[in-house]
Design a protein around this ligand. Structure first.
Ligand code: NAI
Length: 380
């Protein structure tokens, strides 16, 4: 199978590695060919490390690398069966590339985007043949994160989602099918993990260290919200939140945090700038500014319950709206953001009545729409 990948940045090169590892011929194109060169050099190092660790043989490493063709012209994509676009997150620029591509590839070629936040339906509507267009959303780093969200738009032909689903399985991925809503599954239902945590800090209820500790110890999360934001990049996380908020017509549930905006303005972006909620100037391990994070169980429990209740409520609302089936909702958070269990399962474990009571108390205290419950929560 011939796969075309447009954009050889962080995501494009990762997806190229995944496709080539499963035996596809890959054509990799970037408007900036120096980027492709740099990414291919990086891939060589990644493959060498895999050989060293005896994850793959020298021979298969060479085969993987040789299956990726460095394309300097989009016209090299003429025999592709599937093209995955992973360029800059800008609708106009993506649309231009798709229109150019439609003149090159055959009528059977499937065209897809790895966009995190642009509506698949809106991208497809700019194509001559929108029926062949679909979202295929990988997670970073693509070779390591198993989840892939497959997103048919309103104009995507029937069966295409099922075909891409099977293809992703054959690439060793764990696909889920999501409706074309802002944030798809993961970037929508995981928002309160960051948002509610930021709010607790803004209100001086707890410090980032206390919150991270509570989520790790009571929730078994590998990373707390602040460590994770530092890893993702505070600017990136902030921009996803802003997009989701605007796309849901400014639903107060998704209101961004002023604290996060200030951090982004100050370029305290996390690991990539050496400082975020933690300090990374001496090592990649987050170093706390406040050493003393002892806290009593009551505070720890309150932090955990507030964040987990918001998350479970989002998952229940996604279920109610049919954004994905239950199994996919559960897989999405476990395989896309490493949650220790699915949120619906968590609701059962804690008790949906307890989740509902927590939200009710918050709603009464703050009188804010932010804490409104999914109509399904009380029926669970
Ligand atoms: P990146 O900035 O690392 O790479 C983008 C590449 O696209 C650059 O090399 C750039 O030269 C190239 N490019 C820009 N305009 C082009 C054009 N007109 N034609 C050809 N190439 C062009 O970006 P990244 O992070 O790889 O993101 C790419 C896409 O993947 C975006 O849509 C993003 O939303 C999405 N995404 C990103 C994730 C992440 O964690 N970085 C996760 C999942 C999706």
């Amino acid at each position: 199978m011939n796969i075309g990948i447009i954009g050889s940045g962080t995501m494009g090169i990762g997806i190229a590695q995944v496709a080539a590892t499963s035996g596809c011929e890959v054509f990799l194109y970037d408007a900036n060919s120096a980027q492709t060169e740099k990414s291919l050099e990086g891939l060589q190092k990644v493959l060498a490390r895999l050989v060293e660790k005896q994850k793959i043989t020298q021979e298969s490493s060479e085969n993987i690398f040789n299956r990726i063709k460095f394309s300097t012209e989009l016209s090299d994509f003429k025999d592709c069966d599937l093209v995955i676009e992973a360029i800059v997150e800008n609708k106009e620029i993506k649309t231009k590339v798709f229109q150019q591509l439609e003149e090159i590839v055959s009528d059977e070629c499937v065209i897809s985007s790895n966009t995190s936040s642009i509506s698949i339906t809106s991208l497809s509507a700019e194509l001559k043949n929108p029926a062949r267009f679909i979202g295929i959303h990988f997670f970073n780093p693509a070779p390591l994160m198993p989840l892939v969200e497959v997103i048919p738009g309103l104009l995507t032909k029937e069966n295409l989602a099922a075909e891409i689903y099977s293809l992703m399985e054959s690439w060793g991925k764990i696909p889920v099918i999501a409706k074309d809503v802002s944030g798809f599954i993961v970037n929508r239902i995981a928002r309160p993990f960051y948002g509610e945590a930021l709010r607790l800090v803004e209100e001086n209820i707890a410090t980032p260290e206390q919150i991270d500790e509570a989520m790790r110890s009571l929730g078994n999360f590998k990373m707390g919200p602040f460590e994770l934001m530092d890893l993702i990049g505070i600017d990136i996380n902030f921009s996803v939140t802003k997009t989701v908020y605007a796309d849901y017509f400014y639903d107060p549930k998704y209101k961004p945090s002023l604290l996060q905006q200030r951090m982004a303005e100050a370029k305290l972006l996390g690991r990539k700038t050496g400082k975020g909620f933690y300090d990374y100037s001496e090592s990649q391990e987050p170093r706390s500014k406040n050493k003393d994070i002892e806290q009593n169980n009551e505070v720890r429990e309150m932090i955990f319950m507030r964040i987990i209740s918001m998350l479970v409520n989002e998952a229940v609302e996604a279920k109610r709206l049919g954004i994905a089936n239950d199994e996919d909702l559960e897989l999405a958070v476990q395989k896309g953001v490493n949650y220790p269990k699915g949120l619906l399962a968590w609701g059962i474990e804690i008790g949906f009545d307890k989740i509902s009571a927590t939200l009710q108390n918050l709603y009464e205290e703050y009188q804010e729409e932010r804490y409104r419950q999914s109509p399904l929560l009380k029926k669970m």
